[in-house]
Design a protein around this ligand. Structure first.
Ligand code: ACM
Length: 725
């Protein structure tokens, strides 16, 4: 069984009723059901459920064809039809709302109230966005049987904590098809995210058809780009679901793709292209595809960018336009004698000052086109007006700098999904926390020792006082961010979700909603629902990736994948630099950052250690399966290199499971305990090896990049028995 299949099976077995049969301490009264994000105010009225075979919708006040289509989707998601008249139990949904001139703009009214009483649903919404969010809540509230749904009586009053709740996807490093993006939009709709930020150009490719500069697609897209019609279709699809699409065209750095098409704009001669390039991040042999930059001193450069932006502005109606502005490598400019003399003549002391001039010109141009510019936090060193939105990414300390300068601020720092951290880590990052994400401790020391040029920009600043109430007003919200150096389209769903849902909750729900255990209780349900209603290819993507391996090895490999996760932080980016695109077919590409079977095992082990021995049977069943798996794995790997690579992981998984079984048997003697402690210490070191955000600690990396997620549970079980002397 695959991980997702297995997940469903667990849910079926353990959660056949709306309360999971988890041990008592974990089966909290379902005060938030499986809602994610949790509403601002929710009050359950008793436990009774009312079943509806049909829902009749009555609109009061403003509604549009767009909202009617949304209501059809609601009924479809609930597996109900509005037409059948043979059904017995008809529930009603009364919707009251007003028009909202700010719909799909930053001040739109997203609030709604829901009252459900014996199958009578009343929704009052501030505007269309509020109605769409109310529908998303209804989908999550509904308990479902094959032909009907049921609702418990409840009152909800809800509105978001932050107005900007984004998901950024880098479609430059790896292209993601329109249908893949529509699936993301559907999942965003269900979790109340409201901005899809597309990173459309970077060193490796330019992804939008340009009629003015067609070489951008003929030369620089590697055959994979969105036509202008496709962009219009995507933007309309998102708008129907209350989601704004904000484009990003990154200038003046990250410009290699543009420069391959128009080399006359380059600051430096371009590195040689890799003849075997298929559009991934390994396109430029032996050099960093991120580095090439535009020459900002040539009038043609500004002329090109302005004309391109006008063309792109016509495709993306949103009021905001992201112009990148990150990571210009100073030597691109200081190493060019003409640019160096321009800097001298204009008294620019360094590349950052020159970049400031360029950014200010771009900003003024965009403002003239009616657009508000967004830039990554490097814009804070440019002479730009307060209206420019700062997208904070290098360290949470820049939230302080941005809000102190009264820039509307987006928090992306801490929310980089490509760092492959588990959901609980993203969940614990508050957008106001200036100490949430950045270099510190041993990593910062190491960075300074090796003269890592970005050490200070990426460091935390413990001397900062917390954000003031005034500064907080400038935080618009944040974005979950997925860079795709090591993400193919087949991996997209599982690299974004369900983790983006916990960031969605962080950005929507009240600041006080911080219960990690409750989030982890809800997460598997939310993941299953997202797969069913939005991310419909997740299972098939996983099966297709598995099918690259010999059929005989599938089950044993999948058993390893169920309880492992990929190495964290930038480790996988270093792996793909060495291994090339082939890495995207390896087990590390299939393993997911959150293993639900491991999460459950670790929870049960905790319950067991706290004296609940009723869970021993399930623990034993899991441990026996994992313990026996290595024999099967060994028999079936058949010389396949990517499987040979993870042989040590399979062996360690079995050894850990064996230790867990011995702990359940209560038979650990002194000599054996020493062995087990060594095994656990080795696992701890394996986790430590990818625990630094940007750099690599001087430790050996785990085989094939896989971390074993049952380690905490095994540790708990082993600690719960005394040594037999
Ligand atoms: C970035 O990650 N370069 C914004």
């Amino acid at each position: 069984m695959t991980k997702r299949n297995r997940l469903r099976a667990i849910l079926f077995l353990a959660c056949a009723s709306s309360l999971c049969m988890l041990p008592h301490s974990y089966a909290q009264a379902s005060s938030s059901a499986d809602l994610m994000p949790i509403p601002s105010v929710i009050s359950w009225q008793g436990n009774e459920e009312k079943t509806c075979d049909q829902i009749k919708i009555n609109w009061h006040g403003a509604h549009s064809p767009m909202l009617e289509r949304a209501s059809e989707r609601l009924l479809h998601s609930l597996r109900l039809s509005s037409r059948s008249d043979k059904k017995q139990t008809t529930c009603s949904l009364e919707i009251r709302s007003k028009d909202d001139p700010a719909y799909l703009a930053i001040g739109e009214r997203e609030n709604y109230r829901l009252t459900i009483h014996q199958g009578k649903i009343v929704m009052n919404a501030g505007g269309p966005a509020g109605i769409l969010h109310g529908f998303a809540t209804l989908v999550q509230l509904a308990g479902s049987t094959p032909d009907s749904v049921s609702f418990r009586d409840v009152t909800i009053s809800d509105a978001p904590r932050f107005r900007w709740r984004g998901l950024m996807i880098d479609v430059a490093r790896h292209f993601m098809s329109v249908s893949a993006l529509k699936r993301q939009i559907d999942a965003m709709d269900l979790t109340k995210l409201n901005v899809l930020h597309l990173h459309l150009s970077d060193g490796s490719a330019f992804r939008v058809e340009s009629q003015l500069f067609p070489r951008l697609q003929t030369v620089s897209s590697h055959g994979q780009y969105y036509t202008q019609d496709e962009i219009r279709d995507l933007v309309a699809y998102a708008a129907e679901r209350g989601i704004r699409v904000v484009p990003e065209f990154d200038v003046p750095g990250h410009a290699l793709a543009v420069l391959e098409a128009y080399p006359q704009l380059a600051a430096q001669p371009l590195p040689a292209a890799n003849a075997a390039c298929t559009g991934g991040s390994a396109c430029i042999a032996g050099s960093n595809a991120n580095n090439p930059a535009l020459d900002p001193t040539k009038p043609e450069t500004l002329d090109f960018v302005e004309k391109l932006f006008v063309e792109m502005i016509h495709l993306f109606p949103d009021a905001y336009f992201h112009a990148g502005s990150d990571e210009v490598v100073a030597s691109q400019w200081t190493g060019n004698p003409q640019i160096a003399s321009y800097m001298k003549a204009h008294n620019y002391p360094d590349a950052s000052a020159l970049q400031g001039e360029f950014t200010a010109k771009i900003q003024a141009f965009l403002a003239g086109q009616g657009k508000t510019m967004i830039g990554w936090d490097e814009v804070l060193s440019a002479p730009v007006p307060q209206s420019v939105v700062a997208d904070v990414w290098r360290s949470s300390k820049w939230i302080n700098a941005a809000t102190a300068k009264m820039h509307p601020t987006l928090v992306s720092s801490g929310y980089y999904l490509d760092l492959l951290r588990p959901a609980r880590e993203y969940y614990q990052i508050d957008p106001y926390n200036l100490m949430a994400s950045g270099l510190s401790g041993a990593e910062l020391e190491h960075a300074r020792q090796i003269h890592f040029r970005l050490a200070d920009a990426f460091a935390l600043d413990p001397s900062l006082p917390p954000l003031s109430a005034r500064q907080k007003q400038y935080v618009l919200g944040g974005e979950a961010v997925l860079w795709t150096e090591a993400v193919s389209e087949q991996m997209l769903n599982q690299r974004v979700w369900p983790r983006a849902a916990v960031i969605a909750e962080r950005l929507w729900s009240p600041e006080t909603v911080t219960d990690v255990a409750d989030m982890e209780r809800r997460l598997p349900h939310v993941a299953a629902q997202l797969d069913r209603l939005a991310l419909t290819t997740t299972q098939q993507d996983h099966e297709q990736m598995l099918s690259r391996y010999p059929a005989a090895s599938k089950q044993a490999l999948d058993t390893v994948l169920q309880v492992t996760s990929p190495v964290r932080n930038y480790t996988i980016n270093r792996m793909i630099k060495k291994a090339g695109e082939g890495l995207l077919t390896w087990p590390v590409a299939m393993a997911e950052p959150d293993s639900f079977p491991a999460m459950r095992f670790n929870q049960l082990a905790d319950a067991y250690a706290h004296g609940d021995h009723s869970v021993a049977l399930e623990l034993r069943r899991d441990l026996e399966k994992w313990s026996a798996n290595d024999d099967q794995f060994e028999k079936t790997i058949g010389g396949v290199a990517a499987l040979e690579m993870i042989r040590p992981v399979s062996q360690q998984l079995s050894a850990l499971a064996q230790a867990g079984l011995e702990a359940l048997d209560g038979t650990i003697d002194t000599a054996r305990r020493t062995q087990i402690e060594k095994l656990l210490a080795q696992q701890q070191e394996t986790f430590a090896a990818s625990s630094w955000q940007l750099l690599s600690p001087p430790l050996p990396q785990p085989a094939g990049g896989l971390l074993i997620d049952i380690v905490p549970g095994v540790r708990t079980l082993v600690d719960s028995v005394s040594t037999v002397h």
